[in-house]
Write a protein of this length. Structure first.
Length: 206
């Protein structure tokens, strides 16, 4: 498989990641209010799929920035790769519980933070840090437009703030947390991935 072929694969993966990210936010925020069971199942499924599809995207980003700063590029790959796989595992765990509810003696345990992704440490906190370094390196290479760079920085900041809000505020209905999740889940994150994926497909390189 040549470099151009993988770039196209990563491009479609990025676009689908953006779509599934939007659907995850829709299921987690909107669907779950009317039908908690369905919302939990769909959000878990979209988190699982989004995590898997993010993997080729971060590999492609690494290939594009490794010559700028090899050390920071590898750090961004490591953190973002952990984020992608952690999100997939978290989604798979939640999906298993949604399809087969735990017994009454395990209900209390199921309400505890995920051991692989406590309060979104991977899916939000580490994801934001990894994205920040990728955007910084892409900015140094001058291979992305300013609009896409700015959108990436905004997404990185929102991801870290969401993690901190979930860790400190805890309540999912807190207005500040809801605003952050809506902004990132419905607007910034899907737009970033779809835009990035389109760039991969059109140019073959960022």
């Amino acid at each position: 498989m040549n470099t151009h072929t993988f770039s196209r694969f990563a491009g479609w993966s990025a676009i689908l990641t953006g779509v599934f990210g939007f659907l995850y936010a829709l299921a987690y925020i909107v669907v779950a209010r009317g039908n908690p069971g369905l919302g939990a199942m769909l959000s878990a499924l979209f988190l699982l799929l989004g995590g898997l599809l993010t993997t080729p995207v971060v590999v492609e980003l690494f290939l594009r920035v490794r010559e700028a700063q090899a050390g920071f590029a590898f750090l961004a790959l490591l953190w973002s790769g952990m984020t992608a796989l952690g999100a997939a595992i978290h989604g798979g765990y939640d999906l298993a519980n949604a399809l087969h509810s735990p017994g009454a003696d395990q209900v209390g345990l199921s309400s505890l933070p995920s051991q692989i992704d406590p309060r979104g440490l991977l899916t939000f906190g580490l994801a934001g840090l990894g994205l920040f370094f990728f955007i910084w390196l892409l900015g140094r290479t001058g291979t992305l437009g300013r609009g896409l760079i700015l959108l990436g920085y905004i997404s990185a900041v929102l991801l870290v703030l969401i993690y901190l809000a979930r860790l400190i505020l805890l309540e999912a209905t807190n207005p500040f947390l809801v605003i952050l999740v809506v902004a990132e889940g419905f607007l910034v994150n899907p737009a970033w991935y779809v835009w990035l994926g389109t760039t991969f497909l059109v140019t073959g390189k960022a």
